[in-house]
Design a protein around this ligand. Structure first.
Ligand SMILES: [Zn+2]
Length: 495
């Protein structure tokens, strides 16, 4: 049996038709119809580095060691993760061809892969140079800055579809060379800045149900937000001076950016279609376990977070998860159990009949009983731990009904937004208030007390002391591709 895992970075659950009926992801929906849709799947956190590490190790950030993201990952965290076995390492050792495609994040994520994409530092350096030059010229005269952007984009021809073609082509070549494989495809379409087909955007624009806030107004309110920083500068996708959109009745605003997000979901879906076709053409689909999920979600305005993944709210931590076992007619269609991104690695080991006690010390548990409709064999979870350090230090618990969030530090200010996203303690009744609008921390003191205890129990259960050693004065750790990856993350709006 083979395994294909597709991570669609920052893909929201409600953009997948199998969850919300929206028709922007036909391929994922079709895959879902032949497999299992997990209605309540959660990431461990809100940023790619720690979430992807959870996917590959089956552990929470506390126990795999990496809670920070990008340039904020400490030497201590890098030393910790070096001591933790990952899924590709186990599979490579057992003779699987292990390959990553798309835009994964290198460094420790690379461990165990025979084949990994070139992170092409030249492209990202050039892109960031072009961005600063355009901004400078834009200040002198908008038309000059705009011309440089257009020329650069035409010369380098970096459109979503080119990426899509190359990911599918590389995956196809790999299939032709491979005996049995584990493959991880990381797609960035739904992460800002959106690089999408204008016609697709136009098609989705009318269906948008949200209010349209002008991006120029948002830029004043949130000057460092990635949608405003990436989109309102020359060369950004949503350019104020872009004639195509300037005349549009909706104007250049959040409605347009949301339509771009939807278009990006469709572009990711088309890449997945190409990957599945490559498997089908080689009669490999029936021998391959296919998993499609997100590393975290995205806030499209909820909690006044625009096109970012800050905090531990539902839009950011709940993720789409679709699993199609090789024998696709087996299994249930939908599961409403609380499941976690930490369950994926144990599920894959289980599906490949590799006993986890031989290979892995995961926090998650195999989803196999749920995939096979044997829910009696599934150890039901009462709660899931959430934790973040990328935008603010917060921890939280998701139970069947409730969400409880607690600041770790006295000052809960978001590092990016320079204001707090909510009180230091927040309690939401997700049954009555799925959008987490009313903080019940003061009204429901009994529930609050129970969930405080539950959070403390989870923190004790996933004790870092049982994970990698937290030795604070070892050597600094450097990866060959670190500079390239950090450049790339900067171009995506991280700082
Ligand atoms: Zn924020």
């Amino acid at each position: 049996m083979n395994v294909l895992v597709v991570v669609v970075d920052a893909l929201r659950t409600d953009r997948v038709g199998a969850y919300d009926g929206r028709r922007v992801t036909p391929t994922i929906d079709e895959l879902a119809a032949a497999g299992t849709v997990f209605e309540r799947a959660y990431s461990t956190t809100n940023a790619t580095d720690p979430a992807l590490t959870s996917l590959q190790t089956g552990r929470f950030p506390r126990t795999h060691g990496v809670l920070n993201h990008g340039s904020h990952v400490t030497d201590e965290e890098k030393r910790a993760i070096e001591g933790v076995t990952s899924l590709p390492m186990v599979l490579e050792e057992r003779g699987y061809d292990t390959a990553a495609f798309g835009r994964p994040l290198g460094r420790w994520h690379r461990r165990g892969f025979d084949r990994y994409p070139e992170l092409s530092s030249a492209h990202w350096r050039l892109k960031s140079l072009e961005k600063s030059a355009s901004s400078l010229l834009y200040g002198i005269h908008p038309a000059i800055g705009d011309t440089l952007s257009r020329t650069y984009n035409a010369l380098t021809d970096r459109t979503g579809s080119d990426d899509e073609d190359s990911v599918v082509a590389e995956f196809t070549d790999f299939l032709d060379e491979s005996e049995r494989f584990y493959s991880l495809v990381h797609l960035m379409d739904t992460h800002t800045p959106y690089d999408v087909d204008d016609e697709l955007v136009e098609r989705y624009l009318d269906t948008d149900e949200y209010e349209n806030r002008p991006l120029s107004a948002l830029a004043e309110e949130f000057p460092t937000g990635s949608i405003t920083a990436n989109s309102l500068t020359p060369g950004g996708v949503v350019n104020q001076d872009n004639e195509r959109w300037a005349d549009h009745e909706a104007g250049v605003g959040t409605a347009l950016a949301r339509a771009q997000y939807d278009a990006a979901a469709t572009e990711a879906d088309r890449t997945i279609e190409g990957l599945l076709e490559a498997l089908e053409d080689r009669d490999l689909l029936e021998e391959t376990l296919v998993v499609v999920l997100a590393d975290h979600g995205e806030s499209l305005g909820e909690h006044e977070i625009y096109f970012e993944h800050h905090g531990l709210y539902e839009p950011t931590t709940r993720i789409p998860l679709v699993v199609r076992p090789p024998e696709s007619d087996a299994g249930v269609e939908r599961s409403s159990e609380l499941v976690s991104i930490t369950d994926i690695a144990p599920t894959i080991l289980d599906a490949l009949d590799i006993p986890d006690e031989q290979a892995f010390d995961a926090d998650g548990q195999s989803l196999r009983p749920l995939l096979e409709g044997e829910s009696d064999d599934w150890e039901r979870r009462e709660s899931l731990l959430l934790e973040e350090a990328n935008t603010q230090r917060f921890r939280g618990v998701r139970t069947d009904r409730w969400k409880y969030l607690r600041a770790v530090e006295d000052d809960p200010t978001c590092r990016y937004c320079e204001r707090p996203h909510g009180a230091s303690e927040q309690l939401y009744d997700l049954e009555a208030d799925p959008e987490e609008t009313e903080n019940l921390a003061e009204k429901r003191s009994d529930t609050l007390a129970t969930l405080r205890d539950e959070l403390d129990d989870l923190l004790a259960r996933y004790d870092p002391q049982t994970g990698p050693s937290d030795d604070t004065d070892g050597d600094s750790v450097e990866y060959d591709d670190e500079e390239e990856v950090l450049d790339r993350l900067e171009s995506l709006g991280y700082r």
